[in-house]
Design a protein around this ligand. Structure first.
Ligand code: HEM
Ligand code: ISQ
Length: 153
């Protein structure tokens, strides 16, 4: 598929906005993931030992940040048709997610949570087009990680 300059700009600009209050948004992101799929809690080393999602947890925030950052890079990669996310990164992500027992269904869970987090974060700047741009970028990245998972030694 083709990814337009406008779609890339929508992703980039909303990502800048999201970063402004990331402590809040990352918590919301995780809350949504656990609402949709409670059993994933035990997969995350930094959540396992808590009854509730810990606030101001650096590990949680750094990890969540990476998920959004990679999705944003995926958008840039789609638009500019050049490699932004290196194979070594994908292989690494493939092996981690296989090791943690992540399945294809989980990717739908994270997608739903990501799109809802963006919706909350951008407020009245939200549009179908914006959401769709994130979805396309995420799907592309998810496909690459799933492929790396299948090929993981
Ligand atoms: C770890 C990204 C999908 C569960 C990670 C890490 C990144 C990442 C960057 C950290 C690797 C490190 O240790 O440095 C992504 C992206 C995804 C995705 C970009 C989708 C496009 C998923 C899904 C699940 C999941 C669908 C299942 C719920 C985990 C778990 C860890 C992890 C359990 C290990 C966390 C820990 O305990 O350290 N992921 N992930 N991820 N991811 Fe994902
Ligand atoms: C890692 N992989 C997928 C989703 C995540 C959400 C928050 C923190 C880390 C994650």
């Amino acid at each position: 598929g083709t990814f337009t300059e406008k779609q890339e700009a929508l992703v980039r600009n909303s990502w800048e906005e999201l970063k402004q209050n990331f402590a809040h948004h990352s918590l919301h992101f995780f809350t949504l993931i656990l609402e949709i799929a409670p059993a994933t809690k035990n997969m995350f080393s930094f959540l396992r030992d808590y009854d509730e999602i810990p606030r101001n947890n650096t590990m949680l925030q750094i990890h969540a940040l990476k998920v959004f950052e990679l999705t944003c890079e995926s958008a840039i990669q789609l638009r500019e048709k050049r490699i932004v996310i290196a194979d070594t990164t994908l292989n690494y992500l493939g092996s981690i997610h296989i090791h943690k027992g992540v399945t294809d269904l989980h990717f739908e869970v994270v997608k739903e949570a990501l799109l809802k987090t963006i919706k909350e974060a951008v407020g009245d700047k939200w549009s179908e087009e914006l959401s769709n741009a994130w979805e396309v970028a995420y799907d592309e990245l998810a496909a690459a990680i799933k492929k790396a998972m299948r090929e993981s030694p």
